[in-house]
Design a protein around this ligand. Structure first.
Ligand SMILES: Cc1ncc(COP(=O)(O)O)c(C=O)c1O
Length: 360
């Protein structure tokens, strides 16, 4: 039987490049507790991303959790219904209420112009997501957050190595969060990071991830264990060296798909700017649910597994049901499909997938 092809596969640097880092860990006998490799990873990431403070943590979810805690967010949090479940779950986990606002029909990001209508006296924050790495309208959202004195977090789980107007998109908001999960373009197996321009906030986040300890190892806060391990940092350090190459490879694969599918009448692409996108996903909208079902089942017959990221729209889930109608998010979630995309995918494989899509 043919080897199955999934929506993605981890980007991994050559194993021999990891070996010296593992030897260093074995030599030092330091596996965790903000060890030398996590410190080096943070420094190299800050340089690569051109941002002042990077706080590495155990996952993208814990990066969001610590951000909510560090900013003292409570009450209602405005967010998007078109995102991975982690964004809304962590808001609820922190005893806040996610308030969902509809998305733009072309970028699939939260519609900034609809945010103000959902602000109430209970609102304390906005958590916007750069969906599939395409930046939100950061300028307008920042203006609204400042006007209403709301905290602002950008869930940038997908948006490593993305610039907006020539600067890292991670510079926006009080905090931006990254995920280094195995499926992300830069992975540490599991991991994540908080990015902030504010030194005091950075120190607060560092304490919160480490049981509330300060630099003198005194407990000064109610913290948690959200530390990144040295093994994860080692994987991150070697993978970081290949990130630009990986991005170029994925861009070439994305553009190959796009060239073939651009005239397929039942397929629409996300609206993105070529230089403000990292090409880590290839999401497409199918014209109807019938097209979506046909495409998925044709691909599955050939052991090719596309994914319905992100379905369903989160406001329709029982946990969050809010009696609101958000027609654009519902429609996009109903018709979205992420096609297989990873560093090793070949032009032939892409041509075959496109042929199956067009003939399904
Ligand atoms: C938009 C978004 N936010 C948050 C997360 C959570 O990241 P992690 O899996 O590293 O906890 C993900 C993970 O895929 C995500 O896609």
């Amino acid at each position: 039987m043919k080897k199955p092809m999934y929506v993605t596969q981890p980007s991994l640097a050559p194993l021999k490049e990891l070996q010296p880092y593992l030897e260093e860990i074995w030599e030092n006998g330091v596996l965790t507790n903000y060890g030398p490799l996590v410190q080096r990873f943070e420094t190299e990431l800050a340089k690569y991303l051109d941002v002042p403070h990077v706080i590495c943590v155990s996952s993208g979810t814990s990066a969001l959790q610590l951000s909510i805690r560090a900013l003292n967010i409570s009450g209602e949090v405005i967010t998007t219904p078109f995102t991975f479940i982690a964004t809304a779950n962590i808001i609820a986990w922190e005893h806040c209420t996610p308030i969902f606002v509809d998305i733009c029909p072309d970028t699939w990001n939260i519609d900034a112009e609809k945010i103000e209508a959902s602000i109430t006296p209970q609102t304390s924050a906005i958590i916007a997501v750069h969906v599939f790495s395409s930046p939100c309208d950061t300028e307008r959202i920042t203006e609204i957050a400042e006007k209403h004195k709301l905290h602002l977090i950008f869930d940038a789980a997908h948006a490593i190595a993305v610039n907006q107007d020539g600067a890292s998109v991670l510079k926006h908001g009080d905090i931006s969060t990254l995920s280094f999960h195995a499926t992300k373009m830069l992975n540490t197996a599991e991991g994540g990071a908080c990015i902030t321009n504010d030194e005091q906030l950075a120190n607060n986040l560092r304490r919160l991830r480490y049981f509330g300890f300060n630099e003198k190892k005194e407990v000064v806060d109610v913290g948690i264990n959200a530390k990144m391990s040295e093994i994860s940092a080692a994987i991150g350090l070697v993978n970081l060296k290949h990130l630009d190459t990986i991005r170029s490879k994925r861009r070439a694969a994305f553009e190959h798909y796009r060239n073939i599918l651009s005239n397929t009448p039942f397929i629409q692409f996300q609206n993105y700017k070529a230089d403000e996108y990292n090409y880590s996903y290839i999401p497409v909208l199918l014209e109807s649910k019938i097209h979506l079902d046909r495409v998925m089942s044709t691909l599955e017959k050939h052991s090719i597994f596309a994914s319905r990221y992100f379905y369903p729209a989160l406001h329709t889930l029982d946990n969050f049901k809010q009696n609101c109608s958000l027609p654009i998010a519902e429609s996009v979630a109903e018709h979205i499909l992420c096609l297989p995309l990873h560093d090793e995918i070949t032009e032939n494989e892409i041509q075959n997938i496109c042929y199956l899509i067009e003939n399904s």
